[in-house]
Write a protein that binds this ligand. Sequence first.
Ligand code: NAD
Length: 499
Amino acid sequence: MSTSTTAVQTPDLAHKVLYIGGKWVQAEGGRRFETENPYTGKAWASIADAGVSDVDLAVKAARAALEGPWGKMTGGQRGRLMNKLADILERDADEIAMIETYDNGKLIRDARWQVGLMAEWFRYFAGAADKIDGTVMQDANPEFFVYTRREPIGVVAAILPWNAPLLLMTWKLAPAMAAGCTFIAKPSEFTPSSALALAECFAEAGFPAGVFNVLPSSSRDVPAALTQHEGVNKVAFTGSTATGVKAAQSAIAHLARVTLELGGKSPQLVFEDADVEAAVNGLLRGIFSATGQICHAGSRAFVQRPIYDKILAKVVARANTLKLGDPRLPETELGPIATGPQFEKVKEMLARAKADGALAACGGGPDESLGGYFIKPTVLTNVKPGDYIMREEVFGPVLCIMPFDTEEEGIALANDTRYGLASGLWTSDVRRVHRVAKRIRAGTVWVNAYRGVSPGVPFGGFGASGIGRESGLEAINDYTERKAIWIEMTGQTKDPFKL
Ligand code: NAD
């Protein structure tokens, strides 16, 4: 399939089935569900609807691969397969990106960029697969030779959201493959198609059967069963904080390992000495990219009073000219909200914000001229730190903006949140950069920039934004267990009870 940028018809309903143990299989009872294209609001894919018995099949297949061919491969062999996968992703990037765009309304240019990032992540971790080291504890005990090994944690269950389905999966999958784990992906019920497209790439690359399995399901009983399954050794979750807590509780109940990438309410602090044009661009990028449906969206802006009016006017002026429309067209700047329920949630949060006294400097509600799930890019003023809209994640194109006076006050406002995923800091004073960056409680501080990611840099949150970090070489540690091996060297193990 080639990427068409001019067609506006959704393709005929695509039919897809589960991928378990290297085979394409129907779901338990032959059940299916449909997913819709949020731009048209019409069904575009019919997907096999996994049930709880399919969970068990997937866990068995993943375990068999772990104990079979995959578990016997060297890191170098795993790395070669991962590099092959990256080649295939680069070759098929247009096609895979278009599937993401149909599934969740992401702009084709963003989807294409993210498939490119996936290849980068696989290559980075492919290079690490044959460099997983243990340590010799040379002074632990003179009578013993002691060393450690890092071994794969085992079967990983990845529970995924709808906002960046494949890239967020890759952040778990690439280190898991490098570590030698096997993987069961449970894509969001709203965006299951691209995970199945990735399964085709795995099959073509020649990964052994059962290394990568995909369980799409419309039922929330399926991810719950997966996290509860005794055969799952690790749950890697990305999604909302409320669901993440449930997933973690299920995993902990059988002592599976857990990492959580959750929500955010990330602040952007703009000081009076900032480059105004750059800061405006950073605020726009932070909240309107991906229609605000990014976990690290910069949804609270605090601007020092002397430049507040200027920054607000410029952000509003550009927000008012953003081009909403078909996410497949290269000129479109803002796509729809990805799902019907999310569209309703954004509208409700806007209504509540207005009832709390917020004023819309632009936008403020849906764009009904377009059909689909479009919300106009919105900037809310007259907001207070305690307002619901300032405390809870909207996951839509809604920026709250307010002025501040002193550096101390700005830092306090930025940190006045239970989340702590990311932040932006805009200033030309290098001393202030270090002073403030140190005090912001967030997993990432971008300085005079917003939204940079790299496979080598850890990403994750403080507080209610999650547990653990993804990416960076250390991410492999979250997919391995450390084992200590003690070897007695004197040959004089004595009866422990004789004096
Ligand atoms: P969600 O929490 O509703 O769903 C996430 C996944 O959890 C889905 O696959 C869902 O089927 C599954 N799930 C449902 N019930 C479950 C249960 N009982 N046990 C285990 N899994 C269950 O989130 P969503 O609506 O898909 O995604 C949006 C949210 O994700 C936002 O809050 C956003 O901030 C967050 N998010 C965070 C990051 C990050 O990296 N921190 C990235 C993307 C999205």
